[in-house]
Ligand binder design. Sequence first.
Ligand code: DGY
Length: 324
Amino acid sequence: MTSRPGVLVTRRIPARVLQALETRCEVDLHTGQAPISREELLRRVRGKHALVCLLTDPVDREVLDAGSDLRIVANIAVGYDNLDVAYARSRGVEVTNTPDVLTEATAEFTWGLILAVTRRIPEGERLLRAGGWKGWALDFMLGSELRGKQLGIVGLGRIGLAVAVRAPAFGMRVAYATADPVPAARAGSLPVPQMEPQSFDQLLATSHVVSLHVPLTATTRHLIDGTALARMKRTAYLVNTSRGPVIDEAALAWALGEHLIAGAALDVYEGEPAVHPDLLALENVVLAPHLGSATTETRTAMADLAVRNVLAVLDGQPALTPVP
Ligand code: DGY
């Protein structure tokens, strides 16, 4: 490529990472606080050779047709359900995501949610701030202990495994249900515990905490519906740091309201940033605003990996992390 390639970046990225891109490319950066609008995306992707985008940017046929010079779409996320990967590939466009760099941060956050919901931490804080705390009492705001109980991991990929390896620290045993091959040794520096493979239904029926770590696909959409929730124990908790539409939110709100399960902790939602109004009204659900990978270290590493993918492909090299 003789002239400098054009790259559209749909949201601010860390300055150091942006500079690395600017040394080699003409960068068109969307600087707004809100996601780039559909119209802007369609207009500004024209003539660009690379697109660096976020999980909030649907990159479908129309966008890929508008960006007819694109050679790579680099998603700053490990999930890529916002991209039409098959159509991009049919146009010869490389598609990359950001695996590995966010695994530990997301696993740590998942444990944060598990502790928050089982020990009612946000509920307690809400009560305290509202002036409702009348002092220590033996039976005040009792939660549920993790020790000796089963953590059920649905989807034993990188993040599922990273959550699982932390379970022994809380005295939990681990069961998993997965459609993917079980990763061999991808658990960072922590030893992989004994884990029991179970069917999805068995895992739902026997786990104290069910934690979701599947990608969003046609098969996993509403994997947790009314039927799945009815299979869970009344004392069980559901945690989701994967993708919102994996859960039927209306069914979950109903199940929580009826106390069919003890509680839920969610980081992701069906219609982000909207949250089902019935969930907002419930005390037994912890609601986080999609923060799983939100550490300075990890978000910088994600942007950096996306940019390194762009530079590799524009240099005629293979992408570092093409989507599988
Ligand atoms: C991802 O990378 O898919 C995460 O959801 C971002 O937090």
